[in-house]
Write a protein that binds this ligand. Structure first.
Ligand code: ZN
Length: 92
Protein backbone atom coordinates (compact mmCIF):
# COMPACT_ATOMS: atom_id res chain seq x y z
CA UNK A 1 0.00 0.00 0.00
CA UNK A 2 1.08 3.53 -0.55
CA UNK A 3 0.52 6.68 1.39
CA UNK A 4 -2.96 7.98 0.56
CA UNK A 5 -2.39 11.50 1.82
CA UNK A 6 0.56 12.11 -0.53
CA UNK A 7 2.91 12.89 2.36
CA UNK A 8 6.62 12.92 1.61
CA UNK A 9 7.63 11.46 4.97
CA UNK A 10 6.17 9.65 7.97
CA UNK A 11 6.08 12.86 10.03
CA UNK A 12 3.74 14.51 7.53
CA UNK A 13 1.54 11.44 6.97
CA UNK A 14 -2.01 11.48 8.35
CA UNK A 15 -3.36 8.33 6.67
CA UNK A 16 -1.71 5.68 8.90
CA UNK A 17 0.45 4.36 6.07
CA UNK A 18 3.12 1.96 7.31
CA UNK A 19 6.44 3.68 6.51
CA UNK A 20 8.55 0.75 7.70
CA UNK A 21 11.30 0.18 5.11
CA UNK A 22 11.00 -3.15 3.24
CA UNK A 23 14.46 -4.14 4.47
CA UNK A 24 13.29 -3.75 8.09
CA UNK A 25 10.18 -5.83 7.36
CA UNK A 26 12.39 -8.53 5.77
CA UNK A 27 14.72 -8.49 8.78
CA UNK A 28 11.80 -8.81 11.20
CA UNK A 29 10.56 -11.82 9.23
CA UNK A 30 14.03 -13.34 9.30
CA UNK A 31 14.26 -12.81 13.06
CA UNK A 32 10.89 -14.54 13.48
CA UNK A 33 12.01 -17.47 11.30
CA UNK A 34 15.34 -17.78 13.15
CA UNK A 35 13.60 -17.66 16.54
CA UNK A 36 11.35 -20.55 15.46
CA UNK A 37 14.40 -22.47 14.20
CA UNK A 38 16.24 -21.79 17.46
CA UNK A 39 13.25 -23.02 19.49
CA UNK A 40 13.19 -26.26 17.47
CA UNK A 41 16.96 -26.72 17.92
CA UNK A 42 16.64 -26.00 21.64
CA UNK A 43 13.95 -28.70 21.94
CA UNK A 44 16.25 -31.21 20.21
CA UNK A 45 19.17 -30.23 22.46
CA UNK A 46 17.06 -30.59 25.58
CA UNK A 47 15.91 -34.05 24.43
CA UNK A 48 19.53 -35.08 23.89
CA UNK A 49 20.62 -33.68 27.26
CA UNK A 50 17.86 -35.70 28.89
CA UNK A 51 19.05 -38.84 27.11
CA UNK A 52 22.72 -38.33 27.97
CA UNK A 53 22.12 -37.55 31.61
CA UNK A 54 24.05 -40.10 33.68
CA UNK A 55 20.87 -41.73 35.00
CA UNK A 56 20.46 -43.01 31.46
CA UNK A 57 23.03 -45.04 29.62
CA UNK A 58 23.22 -46.49 26.18
CA UNK A 59 24.81 -49.57 24.74
CA UNK A 60 26.61 -48.17 21.75
CA UNK A 61 27.35 -50.68 19.03
CA UNK A 62 30.21 -49.82 16.75
CA UNK A 63 30.48 -51.44 13.36
CA UNK A 64 33.07 -51.58 10.62
CA UNK A 65 31.93 -52.70 7.19
CA UNK A 66 28.82 -54.12 8.80
CA UNK A 67 30.81 -56.25 11.29
CA UNK A 68 30.12 -55.80 14.97
CA UNK A 69 33.25 -54.62 16.75
CA UNK A 70 32.07 -54.04 20.27
CA UNK A 71 29.20 -52.80 22.37
CA UNK A 72 29.92 -50.27 25.07
CA UNK A 73 27.78 -48.83 27.80
CA UNK A 74 28.17 -45.06 27.59
CA UNK A 75 26.64 -41.98 29.14
CA UNK A 76 27.40 -38.31 29.64
CA UNK A 77 30.71 -37.05 28.28
CA UNK A 78 31.67 -40.47 26.93
CA UNK A 79 28.42 -40.66 24.96
CA UNK A 80 29.06 -37.17 23.57
CA UNK A 81 32.55 -38.22 22.46
CA UNK A 82 31.29 -41.44 20.81
CA UNK A 83 28.62 -39.53 18.91
CA UNK A 84 31.07 -36.81 17.85
CA UNK A 85 33.56 -39.43 16.65
CA UNK A 86 30.88 -41.35 14.74
CA UNK A 87 29.64 -38.15 13.11
CA UNK A 88 33.20 -37.39 11.96
CA UNK A 89 33.53 -40.90 10.57
CA UNK A 90 36.19 -41.89 13.10
CA UNK A 91 34.03 -44.27 15.09
CA UNK A 92 33.28 -46.64 12.22
ZN1 ZN B 1 -0.17 9.18 4.40
Amino acid sequence: MTCKCFARCEADCVCDHDWTPPAVIALREEVERLRAELAACREDAERYRWLRYPRMGWDIVRKTDGELLCAEYLDGIELDAAIDAARKGEGE
